[in-house]
Design a protein around this ligand. Sequence first.
Ligand SMILES: C[S@@+](CC[C@H](N)C(=O)[O-])C[C@H]1O[C@@H](n2cnc3c(N)ncnc32)[C@H](O)[C@@H]1O
Length: 279
Amino acid sequence: MIGLVIDNDVYNRVGESWWDEDNPLNLLHGSLTPGRFAYFREVLGETIGGDYRGLRALDVGSGGGFLAEEFTRVGFRVTGIDPSSVSIDTARRHADRADLDIEYRIGSGERLPVPDSTFDVVYCCDVLEHVSDLGEVIAETSRVLKPGGLYLFDTINRTFVSKLVAIKLMQEWRMTRMFDTPIHDWSMCIRPAELTAILERCDLRLGEIVGLGPRSRNPLRLLDLARAGGTRLSYGELSRRLDFGRIRSTSMSYMGYAVANGESPPRPRDGLPEGQNQL
Ligand SMILES: C[S@@+](CC[C@H](N)C(=O)[O-])C[C@H]1O[C@@H](n2cnc3c(N)ncnc32)[C@H](O)[C@@H]1O
């Protein structure tokens, strides 16, 4: 357990408006949610198949419910857990308005308020770099997954690139920052090899890791960081312009999956190109 140096209370202070495109948290929505979900759909298709009716999914750190709504729409019975009561209220209200049946509960990844071996799928996106005890969060995930269940994740790598983008550009440099509070601390970002070792200790066998980042090849898009916020460019639009999704490089962020309780991970879908799995 570490003393947190990041400001997780921001999800209470601005968590009423996750779905508002002018809220910086909406960066996770515009293209990141479709980009992450497209990859998870591929993994689900290869491991579980295409019919998710009746299967249970747990969203650890559900925020405003962006991904919980996607998983629900394709047939999962989703439970979302988050320590931020404001975010939970927002997610609940949005699901009600969209007529989606999602159970939301206040709780933390270190102590999931759900019984053992309950979920077919647990996913945890943009959360692992925010928690006070990563080992405990993964151990809890392993506890609540059914044998052979699937763990899906994405998180920020601890590299020079992530320090530049997630720390300097996004929260330190006045011209480009989206938050004036430390939402990330570089030392809490996780290298793939570190996560893999913790997964293994918790009986979760890694299937694969792939890169997650902007797919826009237009270098001018970086200038949009300085324009975002206020009335000039919404964070939702910035996210769409950056077109986040699966990329080759894992140097900024990465996503992947693991399988519970020592079951053999499904065969990788395609031979990974040289350098893609930089653990
Ligand atoms: C960057 S947001 C990601 C939200 C959502 N998963 C998404 O990708 O749209 C991080 C979320 O993690 C939550 N969080 C922080 N500490 C947590 C913990 N110990 N356990 C579970 N969730 C946590 C925050 O309240 C916040 O909603």
